[in-house]
Design a protein around this ligand. Structure first.
Ligand code: IVH
Length: 675
């Protein structure tokens, strides 16, 4: 095809596909079969590939994704992303109204009442009708550039219609509608992955995916609520919403103009009662002064505008029957009691189970089998039991006797002084602990061996092929081929040649995983990701770490006494040492590699003192080493510089002055590194 013809056809196809998309996603109107639609889209994809110079940022092909963002660029917001002051009480809404009327000297004005969508806030920039950038809220001043991912959301227009301003920004909330969210979570569970606790977390996680093609599959949606820019048309928030509808945005028809507090209250009551019928989550109502010209007059408090307020609904609560209690054994042997509940619909999902935390929780609430319990779901939290409906308690319900032996291996349980949880000490003979440790070892933040999930690990464990992480590295391709495992849905699958190759390759790749993550993967009790990082930085290698004593361990930032004892005990166990030898022989990283950024500080030694703005104390030390400098703990005549933060110790100051060692501040230090 000739270039000109191609350009014309690209424009034609884009317009047609845009129209079909709009009708389908905004008006629920299917004007063309899926097959024909895909034909058009594929034609456009092919043409854009051949003539990339005509591929526009607003092209409907961007909806399919494909761009990969390894990291998200931080960008400054043109207008800060503010938050609203919140309240749970109608009295405070009345106060808000009284205050506003007073500030406006009884001038007449109206309100808009909108739903408070429970999702992820974004700012979308439009230039000449084209969506050019999408940024998360971040810290309000700057956020992450998630443009590629946001382009895949069908209800966000990439190209506007009608009479729009040439440069402005829209604010709104990216949400995960219940139906799509539940579908997505069900698939995750089927695949043995942890389901998301609520639609908001799932939306937020989706927007941070590196591969926009994956985001495109998630069926996210967008709720518009605000327009920003200089010289915007229209005089009221309500009219602005209606105008945005003309430009192609989806505007909820729940928005209302209200003239007084009674109308606001009626709106709140209505949605408190009917919010369950909405296809997506809301967590309250937003009330805004409708007349835009009054916004400046009302001004701002430190964080939020005085012309708007959010009324938050109380957490939803239901009562349901508690039929039995399971006791789960975690990878560290910790016992978690879990209530089995009669399935109940709560906040858009069905709740079947809820954690009972520990023995004290059950005792303090006097929870008994056969009780009706109140279950609540707040914004971010997974369902929790908040009380017992005593009136419904059956006469024969007896206080719960907490278990004294492990429900799996029968070992008497232990409860350490000062700790709420019981645990099973049989770490080498209790199956869920052994499998749990293996699961932890391969998990994403640890060794990230994603070709071996829970089912395969269970199977390898049950067949006796893998008992400890070190066994993974002697698995052969031949041993793996043909092994069968049963999934959650009890469907049997067996490992094929390709699958075996993938497992061996992932194991091989894991040998590059840095020491700090290997350390985390070992699953030492109380050593999380951050602790492992600090330990790796401090001790540099496994030998130094394994030979350290409790005192020394407790000196590491973020490592408390309890953790120090746990680490010490871990390395005093001969079988752990044997496992480490095997892992080292297999080729795993047992030494921290310093990432060398420059040699700007070569030959210089530094003492740091005080609190810094850009670094933590450990952070600045690491930074010095990464630029070739040396960190020493006390000042001597050989010290090149003392870097002084705020609240530098007076002793150090005196000594530096006495020895004539130059004292520099943080900024001077940063400049030095940049040179
Ligand atoms: S207006 C300057 N309207 O709730 C006012 N916000 O703290 C800008 N939200 O950050 C916000 N629904 O993420 C507004 N209809 C709505 C909203 C809404 C949800 C979120 C938004 C904001 C937070 C308020």
């Amino acid at each position: 095809m000739e270039r000109e013809a191609a350009q014309k056809r690209i424009a034609e196809l884009s317009e047609t596909i845009d129209r079909y998309n709009y009708e389908y996603y905004m008006n629920d109107n299917s004007m063309i079969s899926d097959y024909d639609f895909d034909q058009l889209l594929n034609e456009l994809i092919a043409l854009e590939k051949e003539y990339p110079e005509y591929s526009l940022p607003s092209s409907p092909t961007r909806r399919v994704g494909g761009e990969v963002n390894k990291t998200f660029r931080q960008v400054a917001h043109r207008y800060p992303m503010l938050s609203l002051s919140n309240t749970y009480s109608i009295e405070e809404i009345i106060d808000f109204d009284t205050r506003t009327r007073k500030l406006l000297n009884n001038k007449p004005f109206s309100y808009t009442c909108e739903l408070k969508y429970d999702g992820v806030a974004v700012g979308l920039s439009y230039k000449n009708g084209i969506m050019v950038q999408a940024v998360t809220r971040g810290n309000g001043k700057e956020g992450d550039d998630i443009t590629d991912n946001v382009r895949t959301i069908r209800t966000i227009p990439l190209k506007l219609k009608g009479n729009y301003p040439d440069d402005f920004e829209v604010r709104g909330e990216i949400i995960y509608p219940y139906e799509a969210f539940n579908e997505f979570n069900a698939i995750r569970e089927e695949n043995g992955e942890e389901p998301f606790a609520n639609p908001r977390n799932a939306a937020s996680g989706s927007l941070k995916l590196q591969d926009s093609k994956e985001v495109a599959k998630r069926k996210l949606d967008f709720c518009f609520y605000f327009l920003m820019g200089d010289n915007l048309p229209s005089d009221t928030q309500y009219n602005r919403l209606m105008m945005a509808k003309e430009w192609g945005f989806k505007i909820a028809d729940s928005t209302r103009k209200c003239n007084n507090i009674d109308e606001i209250q009626a709106y709140i009551n209505h949605w408190d009662n009917h919010r369950k019928e909405l296809p997506y989550a809301i967590d309250g109502i937003v009330i805004k002064v409708n007349e835009v010209e009054l916004w400046d007059e009302l001004g701002m408090t430190a964080k939020s505008p005085r012309w708007a307020i959010a009324y938050k609904f109380k957490a939803e609560r239901v009562s349901t029957y508690l039929s039995s209690i399971d006791f789960q054994v975690g990878r560290t042997g910790i016992i978690t009691p879990v209530a089995n509940l009669e399935p109940v619909w709560l906040g858009g999902t069905t709740v079947r189970r809820a954690t009972l935390n520990n023995a004290d929780f059950i005792k303090n609430m006097d929870i008994r089998i056969g009780d009706h319990v109140f279950v609540e779901k707040g914004g971010e939290i997974i369902p929790k039991i908040v009380g017992v409906d005593i009136e419904k308690r059956p006469l024969n319900a007896v206080p719960l006797e907490y278990i004294t032996t492990c429900p799996v291996c029968g070992t008497p349980l232990v409860r350490n002084e000062g700790e709420a949880g019981h645990y099973c000490p049989n770490e080498d003979g209790c199956t869920p602990q052994q499998i749990g440790k293996l699961e932890h070892f391969v998990s994403r933040k640890a060794m990230n061996i994603d070709t071996i999930g829970s089912e395969r690990l269970t199977m390898l464990f049950e067949k006796g092929l893998v008992r400890t992480p070190a066994d993974l590295y002697v698995l052969s391709r031949e041993q793996l081929i043909g092994l069968e495992s049963a999934g959650e849905n009890k469907k049997k699958t067996s490992i094929q040649e390709k699958g075996a190759d993938n497992i061996i390759a992932a194991l091989e790749l894991s040998k590059q995983v840095p020491f700090e993550r290997v350390l985390y993967a070992l699953g030492i009790r109380y050593v999380g990701e951050v602790g492992a990082k600090k330990l790796a930085r401090y001790f540099k290698n496994i030998d130094a770490l394994s030979q350290s004593n409790i005192m020394e361990l407790a000196m590491v930032e973020d490592i408390g006494e309890k953790t120090a004892i746990s680490i010490f005990e871990f390395f005093n166990d001969i079988k752990h040492l044997e496992m480490i030898v095997r892992l080292r022989n297999a080729g795993l990283q047992m030494e921290a590699k310093e990432e060398q950024l420059s040699n700007a500080l070569a030959g210089l030694s530094f003492v740091v003192s005080g609190v810094f703005n850009n670094f933590s104390r450990d952070g600045i030390k690491q930074h010095i080493e990464q630029h070739g400098g040396k960190v020493v703990s006390s000042i001597s005549s050989k010290t090149s510089y003392v870097i002084a933060g705020e609240k530098m110790g007076p002793e150090k100051l005196k000594k530096a002055e006495k020895l004539n060692i130059p004292i520099i501040d943080e900024d001077t230090y940063i400049n030095m590194c940049e040179k």
